[in-house]
Design a protein around this ligand. Structure first.
Ligand code: GAL
Length: 377
């Protein structure tokens, strides 16, 4: 039976951020092992996705894509079977243009045959990029085509569209059949990139919901400046802020670091169940910006399915300072007779009931995230 894919934001791992073109059968198998052994599968991550650079430079005599035998000597079906044997799902990558961004064959005018190939390999997820699109070809139509080709296979394949938010993707990508759509250019492993991607999300909260989520790009948590997009690196505080934002904003959570050798702190960040529960909330509502002081101190608020709210406090400035949020700004009049009970989801701790508001002093680039319950006082 075909089920609804992407009921909540997809979670998994993708090879690109750390490994770029340095991918192989053994890397993918070891990563699948690490997904299980290091607790990622149990935390909800299930897709193991190979990004660009997996194929040969040409199609076979029947026009089919073929795996690079030097990197994947056992073939894609065997790798797919291995990943499935771990109770994980298998993802691959292609491109709407004539070539992928790294120059391998793209799916332009081969959409249906490629979708068949992916289905025959047991693929459960397809990331679909946007390089080398012929100028006169209509971008939205190309995503509709691949959306249709994937559906025609009869296999459940999650469609991860990656046109970097072009052509106002938020307004049509859901109708093209995508289950997630990239809203930005490529993330880099540094604080400015995290900040910039976050600020590009303002006013897009209504375009991310059950069935099709706004993809803020793969996570850089735990890269510490190493790997393909490791330009500068972040500290643990910044990774925690990055993860909190992606969770609050309903983004898919695709890990981009080397999970075979991840620091304890980064593993804790990526597997914090209370923070993930906000991301995976079944109503899939977006967060709105409730407080902005000096364009550096922000609070975002998001209603959750059990009647509670998620509230995130963020200090984007370079000095230690407070983030201020009067409850008046989130809908609670001063003399309502109600207050807000807060639970710190990073610390797993109830911190009390607050009547008029709550302010949080934060280190540079740090955050605090709460579950909030509106209670009679
Ligand atoms: C970019 C895409 C990246 C990665 C890369 C591969 O266009 O945004 O996430 O897939 O191509 O070449």
């Amino acid at each position: 039976m075909i089920q609804m894919l992407s009921k909540t934001p997809p979670m998994g791992w993708n090879s690109w951020n750390t490994f770029g073109g340095q991918i192989s059968d053994s890397l993918l198998r070891e990563t699948a092992d690490a997904m299980v052994d290091n607790g990622f599968r149990d935390a909800g991550y299930k897709y193991v996705v190979i990004d660009d650079c997996w194929s040969k430079l040409s199609r076979d005599e029947n026009g089919r894509l073929q795996a690079d035998e030097a990197k994947f000597p056992k073939g894609m079906r065997a790798l797919s079977d291995y990943i499935h044997s771990k109770d994980l799902l298998f993802g691959m990558y292609s491109c709407a243009g004539t070539r992928t961004c790294a120059g391998f064959p793209g799916s332009f005018e081969h959409e249906f045959i490629d979708a068949e190939t992916f289905a025959s390999w047991g693929v459960d997820f397809l990331k679909y990029d946007f390089c080398f699109k012929p100028n006169k070809a209509d971008g939205p139509l190309l995503y509709k085509r691949m959306g249709m080709a994937l559906r025609a296979t009869g296999r459940e394949i999650l469609f991860s569209a990656c046109n970097w938010g072009g052509d106002n993707a938020e307004t049509w990508m859901r109708s093209a059949g995508a289950h997630m759509w990239r809203s930005t250019g490529d993330i880099q492993d540094n604080w400015n990139s995290i900040k910039d991607i976050t600020m590009m999300q303002l006013n897009k909260e209504c375009y991310s919901a059950t069935g099709c989520f706004n993809d803020m790009d793969m996570l850089v948590v735990g890269m510490y400046g190493k790997g393909n997009v490791g330009f500068g690196g972040c500290n643990d505080e910044e990774y925690k802020t990055h993860f909190s934002l992606w969770c609050l904003f309903n983004s898919p959570l695709m890990i981009g670091s080397d999970i075979r050798n991840l620091s304890k702190k980064a593993t804790e960040i990526l597997t914090n169940k209370e923070v993930i529960a906000i991301n995976q909330d079944e109503e899939g509502r977006g967060a709105y910006l409730a407080s902005n002081w000096d364009n550096t101190r922000y609070a975002w608020v998001r209603p959750l399915s059990n009647g509670e709210y998620a509230i995130g406090y963020f200090n984007f400035s370079d000095t230690r300072t407070d983030v201020i949020l009067p409850w008046w700004d989130i809908g609670l009049p001063l003399h309502s007779g109600y207050g807000v009970a807060l639970r710190d989801v990073w610390e797993h701790e109830d911190i009390g009931v607050f009547k008029e508001g709550f302010n949080k002093i934060l280190d540079p680039h740090a955050c605090a995230v709460y579950r909030a319950k509106i209670v009679k006082i």
